[in-house]
Design a protein around this ligand. Structure first.
Ligand SMILES: [Zn+2]
Length: 211
């Protein structure tokens, strides 16, 4: 995943520059996630790291986003699935702005559990923190958080299909065949059209969590 980090930075910068002078100003949170048992990259021994640390999106800055991404490291875990449910659960604990709320998952692998991932999985019964993925998604839905995926490899397909049985509005951008260095181009275009659509509907600011 490390090769995607510069693309996420480019995306955040482009969106902030495009919208911050307008009423569609945005705030970003970044949630990095690795796998259970490989949390060395996060100081609190959890498989996830959250920016901003206060979880209040109003306190987020572009410099803070960039330095958080610079300190992320990819890899870890003996299997393909990752602690994605923990990261999604974290989005329900963020202090969002009133307005459009969008979670954008950039994923090359799915979540733990035999109903979410067909490949080798150290946790076939699901997240070892006992987070129930259906409950997490229901919670996100109840908070009106939009969920979009940038699928950068096909390994995440089973997870997305299962999620859609609970969260029918999930949007998926398939980038599995796109070169890494084009991720930001597609994401900026996708996020822009999401913000523009939201603006037409409600003319309210947007906050966004990229995980
Ligand atoms: Zn977990």
């Amino acid at each position: 995943m490390g090769s995607y980090f510069p693309e996420v930075k480019k995306t955040v910068r482009a969106i902030v520059e495009k919208y911050n002078a307008t009423e569609a100003s945005t705030r970003f949170s970044i949630i990095g996630y690795t796998d259970h048992g490989s949390s060395a990259s996060y100081p609190d021994h959890r498989p996830i790291g959250v920016y901003p640390p206060s979880k209040d999106l109003e306190s987020s800055s572009i410099e803070g986003v960039f330095s958080f991404i610079d300190n992320l490291s990819a890899g870890g875990g003996g299997d393909a699935p990752e602690a994605m449910i923990d990261a999604l659960d974290e989005t329900t604990k963020l202090i969002w702005r009133d307005g459009n709320k969008i979670v954008y998952v950039v994923a090359d692998c799915g979540a733990h559990g035999k109903d979410l991932t067909p490949s080798a999985d150290s946790y076939p019964e699901g997240c070892p923190c006992k987070l129930n993925w259906r409950s997490v998604l229901e919670n996100m839905k109840s908070k009106n958080i939009g969920l979009r995926f940038a699928k950068v490899a096909n390994h995440v397909e089973t997870t997305i299909s299962a999620f859609k049985t609970v969260y029918t509005g999930i949007e998926v951008m398939d980038l599995s065949a796109a070169p890494h260095e084009q991720l930001s181009v597609f994401m900026v275009s996708d996020i822009s059209s999401t913000i523009d659509t939201g603006l037409e509907l409600s003319e309210v600011p947007t906050s966004m969590s990229l995980i």
